[in-house]
Design a protein around this ligand. Structure first.
Ligand code: FAD
Length: 436
């Protein structure tokens, strides 16, 4: 088997790379280890696929942190507006939701997948499912150049698939678009890191990102299922107290919800690469309501509503179950507002304004939306997404060490980088290694 461009992984980055390479006149083949393409794409946005966000490029890149500028050339080639236009051109209109997130009209991730697969068909991009890339193939030159990929094919008819065949795909260019390590069931096996490492690439330790957190305070989990508009921040020197504001969901083992997910990548990094056993968090239970305001409220209740119980009064501002739980923790459950001892009222105000929690871990890759870490950006040229170590090798999507928050950022990166890598790969004819 041979093709000018071999692409590994049929996620959004790989499919877009195939489309871009074919549009540039190259024959392209995409191999996918699962028995269907774009499995993860179907799960995005709760099945609705929040595929981009209408922020301006500068703000967009800032959401990816210090390394965000790496995206500039890829975003310049395909920005959020360009992606929407591209999909509209394939017959898929989209709309902008509150907060700038963009979804396909119809709210079906399957429509985005079908549009991409339809375009692949039109252009003759071959997609081979059940084919796992195992190794890069090098030629005999010194230092070795890239000549293709070795794959293993799974027998698709069998109930329990077994490896049946090894094959070689010779190609002038190879795009690694294998995604990260999250949701292994949807293809997040981390296989792209092994392939990149074969070419000498440095892999930054992958950690689960956009993931629910476990906390040591088991008492809080009695309120699993309760969600609030809160502010949450990492309580460590040098970390911003601004943290994240938004929906926070109490779970059976800790916290989740958009505000927590957006903070989770930093927490996960401190636990993983930072080697910390736990990470202290603070929760302003009702976003924007600080200690002084709670004290004022408690004082007002003492004066004017003294015959009512504190948990009943607190339930005007919090879900009743949580109000009860906080009063119990502060030692004033069932206490009349006029009779609350000063130290208990103080404890309650402190808890509500900056609840102290200790994160002991995350829910891990099994339920993380993305991976932080991966192929180091230092060894990849942002203008082409070509390896600086091996000519003819390209990267696209989440396999690279870039991750954004919730809101359509990660898919836009997958599409933009896929397009740039596919175009660059289509123009590679000579795969001799780059002199360093
Ligand atoms: C539940 C969930 C919801 C999400 N929601 C959103 C959202 O609404 N908006 C957003 O922007 N992002 C969202 N994301 C993140 C987003 O899905 C990913 O960032 C994006 O899919 C990355 O695209 P990719 O093409 O780089 O990788 P992937 O989509 O992971 O695709 C990589 C493909 O490569 C294949 N592969 C891996 N190794 C090999 C190999 N050796 N050989 C052959 N094939 C291989 C995998 O099977 C996989 O199909 C969500 C993620 C999850 C898990």
């Amino acid at each position: 088997m041979s093709a000018r461009v071999a692409i590994i992984g049929a996620g959004p980055a790989g499919l877009m790379a195939g489309i871009a390479a074919a549009e540039a006149g190259a024959d392209a083949i995409v191999t996918e280890q699962l028995d269907r393409p774009a499995a993860k794409l179907l799960a995005t946005g709760g099945g609705r696929c929040n595929f981009t966000n209408m922020l301006r490029p500068e703000e967009f890149m800032a959401r990816f942190g210090r390394q965000g500028r790496f995206m500039q050339p890829a975003l310049a080639g395909l920005d959020p507006r360009g992606l929407r236009d591209f999909l509209t051109g394939l017959g898929l209109a989209s709309y902008v939701a509150e907060g700038g997130g963009v979804y396909p009209v119809g709210d079906r991730a399957g429509d985005v997948r079908d549009a991409l697969l339809g375009r692949c068909r039109e252009l003759g991009v071959e997609i081979r499912c059940g084919v796992c890339a195992e190794a890069l193939l090098f030629d005999e030159s010194l230092p070795p150049g890239l000549r293709g990929v070795r794959t293993s094919t799974k027998e698709r008819s069998a109930q329990r698939p077994s490896l049946v065949e090894n094959q070689e795909i010779s190609a002038s260019a190879v795009v690694i678009a294998c995604g990260g390590q999250s949701y292994p069931d949807l293809g997040g096996t981390g296989g792209g890191y092994d392939l990149a490492a074969q070419a000498g690439h440095t892999i930054l330790q992958p950690v689960a990102a956009l993931v629910a957190l476990r906390v040591r305070e088991e008492w809080l989990c009695q309120c699993a299922g309760v969600s609030l508009q809160s502010r949450v921040w990492i309580d460590l020197p040098g970390r911003s107290r601004r943290g994240q504001t938004g929906d926070v969901l109490i779970t059976h083992r800790g916290l989740s919800g958009p505000a927590v997910l957006d903070l989770s990548s930093e927490v996960s990094e401190l636990l993983g690469r930072g080697g910390r056993e736990s990470v202290p968090l603070r929760l302003e239970v009702c976003a924007g309501v600080g200690k002084a305001q709670w004290k004022e409220r408690l004082e007002g209740w003492r004066r004017h509503e003294g015959r009512r119980r504190l948990e009943i009064l607190l339930a005007q501002h919090l879900p009743a179950r949580l109000a009860e739980l906080f009063c119990r923790q502060a030692g004033c459950l069932g206490t009349l507002a006029s009779q609350a001892p000063a130290d208990k009222a103080q404890a309650l105000a402190e808890m509500l304004s900056a609840l102290s929690l200790e994160v002991s871990g995350t829910e891990g890759f099994a339920s993380a939306m993305v991976t932080r870490g991966g192929v180091s950006l230092r060894q990849v040229d942002p203008r082409t997404l070509q390896s600086r170590l091996l000519r003819g090798l390209f990267f696209a999507g989440e396999v690279l060490d870039l991750d954004g928050p919730c809101g359509g950022y990660n898919l836009q990166w997958a599409f933009s980088s896929g397009r740039l890598a596919g175009l660059s790969a289509a123009h590679t004819r000579d795969s001799r290694p780059v002199a360093l």
